[in-house]
Design a protein around this ligand. Structure first.
Ligand code: ATP
Ligand code: MG
Length: 447
């Protein structure tokens, strides 16, 4: 038995007081376990060689369902390509449907099933980290882990299905609809609330992998953080930081973390600043197709954020001027502070939540109708030309690039499944039509 005694005692003695609270209403800074005396089981309490039975006992009470591989095959139609949602460093993700007969108490719903491509111990450790953190943390801005499968060499995760996929897909995918300004602010605020919750928990968590592909979007654009494989318990007692091997994604990691391996909540704040900059500019944090000066988004854009006449030039052209000027300047100032080279000068996530909250409501926007046209190789002659405008971007520079997602410690993630790059002959649709269309046909499904 390799699990530390304290966690075992916790498990057996506190079944009724499990460290999970599902907030009825969102309360920003109330840690999930504030009313419970029991400590959240941390990753270090568990042995990475623990057996499936040991894990399910350790996490008893966390409301996680344990599935068999056979069950997950059924719900994903044998991981069929028509259910393929995308692929990251961990492995492919497929959509599935759970019916209400699968488990008592588990309602019928669509799910996303992530399958670990076996790559030795590191993959299993990340899988276990994800199960341990997301199994115990519950918040409206964290994606819900429904359960897992741990069978022989198979490791899978079952999440609530997020109909609008990742922010990365929404912002940067070819043929994706431009995200309106107020929605961008809503996404930034939601993601900030997720991070604030982690940082302000009784046992704080540093997320470590904050980036556009890890922010998933619900049908109403509620942002939820996913991928806790790199998350770390925050420093305890008098410690100011956690020392780690540098892991993360190029373009998002804080400079001091890259240099020293010292991880603090302020490293997440820096990454948040990068994503805020991506939302403002519509550009990826690293874009090798751009000129040397513009490859690194932060280096290029940060100095321009403070100069109001330059700000309008770097804002996403796909917004077509439809943004609040006051809101844009405030969001730009905030991004500037988050991206400070001095970690102590950065705001905390709770300050960021306070600053962003009113920005979702500014309405000093130029009046105009927004109509989106997805580029189509052979335009239909029946289309009324006055109703549509050509999409401002459809150039190869918006394609995803494998190298952008390389792990910092040198190992390549085998990312972006080829299917992700396949072109779609998208029909012309208005933004309204898109919003009300059947979401299962969203852009990151294979065609
Ligand atoms: N719960 C979910 N609901 C809907 N789609 C999801 C869900 N989880 C993941 N996806 C989709 O699956 C794809 C792969 O996600 P995954 O988290 O494995 O990789 P990634 O975030 O792109 O890369 P990385 O491995 O660097 O985190 C993403 O494009 C995302 O849109
Ligand atoms: Mg991810």
């Amino acid at each position: 038995m390799t699990i530390k005694k304290s966690s075992w005692l916790n498990c057996f003695m506190n079944h009724e007081s499990v460290p999970v609270i599902k907030p009825k209403q969102e309360k920003r800074f109330e840690p999930y376990n504030s009313q419970k005396s029991v400590k959240r089981i941390s990753y270090t309490d568990l042995s990475s060689s623990m057996l499936p039975e040991e894990l399910s006992i350790s996490l008893a009470g966390s409301n996680l369902y344990v599935f068999t591989l056979a069950e997950l095959k059924v719900i994903t139609q044998s991981f069929s390509s028509s259910n393929f949602l995308g692929e990251g460093g961990f492995g492919p993700v497929h959509k599935g449907f759970i019916d209400d007969k699968l488990r008592p108490g588990l309602k019928a719903q669509p799910v996303a099933v992530k399958l670990l491509n076996i790559d030795g111990g590191q993959g299993h450790r990340e899988w276990l980290t994800e199960v341990v953190f997301l199994g115990q943390l519950r918040h409206p801005h964290l994606v819900k882990l429904i359960g897992y499968c741990f069978e022989d060499e198979h490791r899978l995760l079952v999440y609530e299905y997020m109909p609008r996929g990742s922010l990365e897909n929404q912002l940067f995918r070819r043929f994706s609809v431009s995200v309106p300004w107020s929605t961008r602010m809503k996404i930034a605020l939601g993601a900030a609330k997720g991070l604030a919750f982690l940082h302000e928990a009784k046992q704080p968590v540093i997320y470590r992998d904050f980036k556009a592909s890890n922010i998933l979007l619900d049908s109403d654009y509620t942002a939820k953080l996913s991928d806790f494989g790199l998350a770390k318990d925050g420093p305890e007692g008098d410690d100011t930081h956690v020392s780690t091997r540098v892991m993360g994604t190029h373009g998002y990691a804080a400079p001091e973390y890259l240099m020293t391996g010292h991880l603090t909540a302020a490293s997440d704040v820096y990454s948040f600043g990068v994503v805020l900059l991506e939302l403002l500019t519509g550009r990826k944090s690293m874009d090798k197709t751009r000129s040397n000066r513009e490859k690194n988004l932060v280096e290029w854009a940060r100095p321009l954020l403070k100069v109001s006449r330059k700000l309008s030039k770097i804002l996403d052209p796909r917004l077509e001027g439809q943004y609040s000027e006051t809101g844009a300047q405030k969001a730009a100032d905030l991004a500037y502070e988050c991206l400070s080279h001095r970690p102590k000068a950065r705001p905390t996530m709770s300050m960021i939540v306070d600053i962003l909250t009113p920005l979702t409501e500014f309405n000093d926007m130029p009046v105009g109708t927004f109509v989106y046209t997805a580029p189509s190789p052979s335009p239909s002659p029946s289309r009324a030309p006055t109703e549509y405008k050509k999409s401002p971007i459809s150039s190869p520079k918006n394609e995803m690039h494998k190298d952008d997602k390389k792990s910092i410690n040198g190992h390549h993630h085998h990312h972006q499944h080829d299917r992700k790059h396949r072109r779609t002959k998208s029909p012309v649709i208005s933004y309204e039509t898109y919003l009300h269309s059947n979401l299962s046909t969203r852009t990151n499904s294979p065609e």
